[in-house]
Design a protein around this ligand. Structure first.
Ligand code: AMP
Length: 284
């Protein structure tokens, strides 16, 4: 496994890989790898001749009051995990390599970036879209692997890929959860022993929505109200948003009569967690 920090060196290696006609799968991450990341890597390994992963805690997607400094960076273990999964290349740039002095060019996926998580994290998706665009240009993969856990991110990247004609196929893979339903996240390490059980309330709220829909409830507002009531019972839970939106524009839906995304962001103590569920509507 090659670990490369320099974008130019990366370019030379990728050129060589492509010259040999190998297909390239790419998994971008911010490190602190867990089974969610590994599921993406495993799928990439299955579907491509060459697997590249990146580990870069992207400052452009963190707000000034967010956790950029304290974001976990267990690099040694991350590299070990990548090696185990037979990753061919880990791109490990530093801030200077990605945003050299004078950097002023950003990708803004309009409309989609200002909703849901974008409301409480202004600039976040501009940072995400910019870094993903840069990484796609540097690596030029055939397939890009993202997790459904970050549903808005996947929808925004899909839009960007289409709008800017990136020649890549996006693969979005299911959310990996731990026992009790909590979606794996690098930020779960911030939760203390009393917060961990409270954090399962996101999954419980989604499960409640699922069962209400299965019982025939189609009124989005009522479903959201029930979800909020459930979450409010947890002592340290503060709701950022609970929303039911369409899958393309992320506009709120009133009636569950189409495919939609039920999504939420909840702070448990100081830790902001997100989760979501896609509802596919069967047409009779
Ligand atoms: P991150 O390191 O948090 O930027 O995540 C890197 C990639 O892993 C993103 O595409 C995430 O959506 C994906 N990911 C994170 N957590 C999970 C999870 N629990 N299940 C599946 N994919 C995940």
């Amino acid at each position: 496994m090659k670990v490369i920090r320099d974008p130019q060196k990366l370019g030379r290696l990728i050129k060589e890989v492509k010259r040999k006609g190998k297909s390239v799968g790419f998994v971008p991450t911010m490190g602190a790898l867990h089974a969610g990341h590994l599921s993406l890597i495993k799928e990439a390994r299955k579907e491509n001749d060459f697997v590249a992963a990146s580990i870069f805690v992207n400052p452009a997607q963190f707000g000034p009051a967010e956790d950029l400094k304290k974001y976990p960076r267990p690099l040694k273990n991350d590299l070990l995990l990548c090696r185990k999964q037979k990753v061919d290349l880990v791109f490990l740039p530093d801030q200077q390599a990605m945003y050299p002095q004078g950097f002023v060019t950003y990708v803004n996926v309009e409309e989609l970036s200002n909703r849901l998580c974008g409301l409480s994290r202004p600039g976040h998706f501009r940072g995400v879209a910019t870094v993903v665009a840069k990484l796609l240009n540097l690596i030029g993969p055939d397939r890009l692997y993202l997790g459904q856990k970050d549903a808005q991110q996947a929808i925004i990247v899909q839009r960007m890929v289409k709008d800017l004609n990136f020649p890549v196929k996006l693969r979005v893979l299911p959310t990996v959860r731990q026992e009790g339903g909590l979606a794996l996240s690098s930020r779960n390490v911030y939760l203390n022993a009393s917060q961990k059980p409270q954090a399962t309330v996101l999954f419980k709220a989604l499960s409640l929505a699922r069962s209400l829909i299965d019982q025939g409830q189609t009124n989005a507002e009522r479903i959201i109200r029930r979800m909020k009531e459930l979450i409010a019972r947890k002592k340290e839970a503060r709701i950022d948003y609970v929303a039911i939106v369409d899958l393309e524009k992320l506009n709120p839906v009133k009636k569950i009569d189409q495919d939609c995304l039920i999504c939420l962001a909840v702070k448990i103590g100081k830790t902001r967690l997100i989760d979501n569920l896609v509802i596919t509507h069967e047409k009779n």
